[in-house]
Design a protein around this ligand. Structure first.
Ligand SMILES: [Zn+2]
Ligand SMILES: [Zn+2]
Ligand SMILES: [Zn+2]
Ligand SMILES: [Zn+2]
Length: 226
């Protein structure tokens, strides 16, 4: 749906950058360096902390840069992905190495065991209408976490630039009937959502920043849990 180069914002300094430049920016971002220095000045224990680039396998304009503590379990990552992107009706999920369904990795495994030599995990949510997410380890630092939580959100994509299928103005809603029955994108602006003729799948849903939009019963809120 979105055709422009995807952009996102750095959580630390607020700077907007292209997806391709974000990982590098986070390494040098002075505000992030300050947050790490503050963490290092407190009591705590040092551990391996992983920089993860997370993206939807098919709609790569949806991406996240996360930092996750090596002592935490994949279960924590599963919870996070469900909250920010995926949860619709409590479907099953699974992590695997070597591609979707290739070699399952138990959710109780710690990140330290999974990413010993870097690598790439695939996460599947819902074995029917599947959402497939690729989790890539792009860096490791030894040090103190900036949060007591398992994961810190460092950056995420901006809402893709959806356009109304009628007038090409920015879209705010999605019609599931257009999507499923007419193979149309189904994105509608504030004006054209008002008397849109379709209701077989209920009213058009407000668009949210998630790759699961338009799948199963997903209707957001697509907000980071922390
Ligand atoms: Zn920054
Ligand atoms: Zn569902
Ligand atoms: Zn319109
Ligand atoms: Zn429609």
């Amino acid at each position: 749906m979105a055709r422009k180069q995807s952009k996102g914002s750095c959580v630390y300094c607020g700077k907007e950058l292209a997806k391709a430049g974000m990982t590098k920016h986070l390494v040098t971002c002075s505000k992030r360096q300050e947050a790490i220095a503050t963490a290092e000045s407190k009591k705590g224990s040092s551990e391996a902390i992983y920089h993860l680039r997370v993206q939807d396998a098919y709609r790569n304009e949806f991406w996240l840069d996360l930092e996750m503590r090596g002592s935490k379990m994949l279960l924590d990552l599963d919870d996070y992905l469900r909250a920010i992107w995926l949860e619709c009706c409590g479907h099953m999920s699974q992590f695997s190495l070597g591609g979707a369904f290739a070699r399952e990795v138990g959710k109780r495994r710690k990140l330290n065991d999974v990413f010993q030599h870097s690598g790439e995990l695939t996460h599947i949510y819902d074995f029917g209408t599947s959402s497939e997410t690729v989790v890539k380890c792009v860096g490791v630092r030894e040090g103190y976490a900036t949060t007591k939580k398992p994961i810190a959100l460092m950056a995420r994509n901006n809402m893709p630039d959806y356009r109304c299928i009628v007038c090409d103005q920015p879209a705010t809603h999605l019609c599931m009937e257009c999507l499923y029955e007419d193979q149309a994108e189904g994105t509608l602006c504030d004006q054209h959502v008002k008397n849109h003729p379709h209701d077989n799948y209920g009213d058009p849903l407000p668009l949210v920043n998630s790759p699961r939009m338009g799948m199963c019963g997903y209707d957001g809120p697509a907000e980071a849990p922390y």
